[in-house]
Write a protein that binds this ligand. Structure first.
Ligand code: EPU
Length: 444
């Protein structure tokens, strides 16, 4: 079954051809070998695309990942009046040129907004550029409450009026935004990005304290700097923006995806295989690097990227606590759990970012994993091996975790809810097949 919206996605992202099949059949037990190219980071590409709204000049992004979230956002931007054009070449990957010489803030596709959390970033950028923005509460993965109170409080401090009624956010700043000092209650990635996008066009200086330090934010700031924005503190938790400078166009290459790197490295270790993760950067993993190393995931940096394999000591249980960067990324929690399900010994995995990010646990249990959840901690006792089952992906990272579980399981796993995988990854199944995995899509 295909969603009706999928055909409309071709409008602004002509490369997006929904792959046939909503389920993935995985024959477990095949070792992996070869080269897996790591794509541009989804969570860097999305805010970078939104930054095009801040200038009437051309913004060209290289190394854009061809995934469903990118297709949805390019359509949202197209609907807002932004010119969207795509090209592809071997060196730069997929490139996207955006031209927001005209912006029509009222033309927002509510259905598409409802499909993606990152659409909340349109709020800051549209408000800064057009003085008004009106969008439905953003959708996205059901992994927790995912409030927008930090975003709203920051925009209010910058002089906006914000009113939420009937599930729609109406924000206005007819006289323009002004600089402010904003201390975030916790280092929210989305709120930091939204307020940065607003701050570069606001009059005066904005200081964001307790800002998120994820590498994707540094990537956004580097691009904004190339566009002429004056920013200080890149990589730190205090970001200063001297706003009000008209922005030019820019050319920027999206950083490699650290979550895809960690996920496929877990797959290599799980399958006792060796894979070259081309274009990967291990330094972006933060605390996840040493934690995965303790679990038996060996990463070696080479000129072309990173070689991932299982350590000679085998896989061992480790304790994990997800934290804002540079802590262990919540987006790696589910894939790491899938790998640790067959590690020697026990692991305690605590999720501190999202309240409902253990929905993959029941699916892993169907495959024979021994996992007990108490509060925000999952206690994993490694079993000899997982066995195939029919399982359901409930979010992007749960989908990747279940792909890993299927690779390692005995028998034929069927993974439903494949659109979650497509939302977050550029051709993950094809890239794994090229490394020797045996899997195919199906509609059954
Ligand atoms: N929060 C609030 N109020 C706010 C904002 C956030 O209470 O106004 C809470 C959230 O409910 C959550 C916590 O703060 O409990 C962290 O949320 P954050 O804002 O940092 O996350 P996000 O911006 O919604 C991004 C990524 C997520 C990733 C998180 C954490 C994008 C598009 N999404 O989400 O990625 O898990 O940061 O690193 O960048 C994914 O790719 O699968 C994914 C979910």
């Amino acid at each position: 079954m295909q969603h009706a919206y999928e055909s409309s996605l071709v409008t602004a992202s002509p490369w997006w051809r929904p792959d046939p099949g909503t389920s993935l059949v995985i024959q477990g037990g095949h070792r992996l070998a070869g080269t897996y190219p790591i794509s541009g980071a989804k969570n860097a590409a999305l805010p970078l695309m939104v930054s095009a709204l801040l200038t009437p000049h051309l913004l060209t992004l290289h190394n854009v990942p061809a995934n469903l979230d990118v297709a949805v956002l390019s359509n949202l931007l197209h609907g807002l009046g932004v010119g969207v054009s795509w090209s592809k070449n071997a060196r730069m990957g997929l490139s996207l040129t955006l031209c927001a010489d005209q912006v029509r803030p009222a033309f927002i596709d509510r259905d598409l907004v409802g499909r993606m959390r990152a659409s909340v970033l349109l709020l800051g950028a549209l408000l800064a550029r057009c003085g008004e923005a009106s969008l439905p509460m953003p959708g996205g993965d059901a992994i927790g409450l995912r409030g927008i109170d930090f975003h709203v409080a920051g925009l209010l401090a910058m002089g906006a009026s914000v009113d939420i009624a009937g599930g729609v956010i109406h924000a206005r700043a007819p006289q323009g935004l002004h600089g402010a000092t904003i201390i975030l209650p916790s280092p929210s990635v989305g709120a930091t990005e939204n307020l940065l996008l607003a701050a570069v066009l606001a009059n005066g200086t904005t200081v964001i304290g307790n800002a998120a330090r994820e590498p994707e934010i540094a990537d956004l700031l580097l691009c904004l700097q190339t566009m002429g924005a004056r920013v200080e503190g890149i990589g730190s938790d205090v970001l200063t923006v001297h706003g009000g400078v008209p922005l030019t166009g820019a050319v920027h290459s999206v950083m490699p995806d650290r979550i895809e790197l960690g996920t496929v490295a877990c797959a290599a270790a799980l399958m006792d295989s060796e894979i070259l993760l081309r274009h990967a950067r291990a330094d972006l993993l933060g605390a996840a690097g040493p934690v995965l190393a303790n679990a038996g995931v060996e990463l070696k940096e080479v000129d072309e990227g990173v070689i991932a394999r299982r350590s000679s000591l085998g896989l061992t249980g480790v304790d994990i606590e997800t934290r804002p960067y540079p802590g262990f990324a919540t987006d790696l929690q589910a894939p790491a759990m899938a790998m640790l399900s067959t590690a020697r010994g026990a692991s305690a995995i605590s999720e501190t970012i999202f309240e409902q990010r253990f929905r993959h646990v029941d699916e892993l249990r169907k495959m024979g994993a021994n996992i007990a959840v108490r509060g925000q901690t999952a206690w994993v006792r490694g079993v000899e091996r997982l066995t195939a089952a029919r399982v359901m992906a409930t979010d992007v990272r749960a989908a990747a975790a279940l792909v890993l579980a299927g690779l390692g399981a005995t028998g034929e796993t069927v993974l439903d809810g494949l659109d979650h995988l497509d939302r977050g990854y550029d051709g993950m199944t094809e890239k794994l097949v090229a490394c020797g995995a045996v899997m195919h899509r199906t509609t059954v």
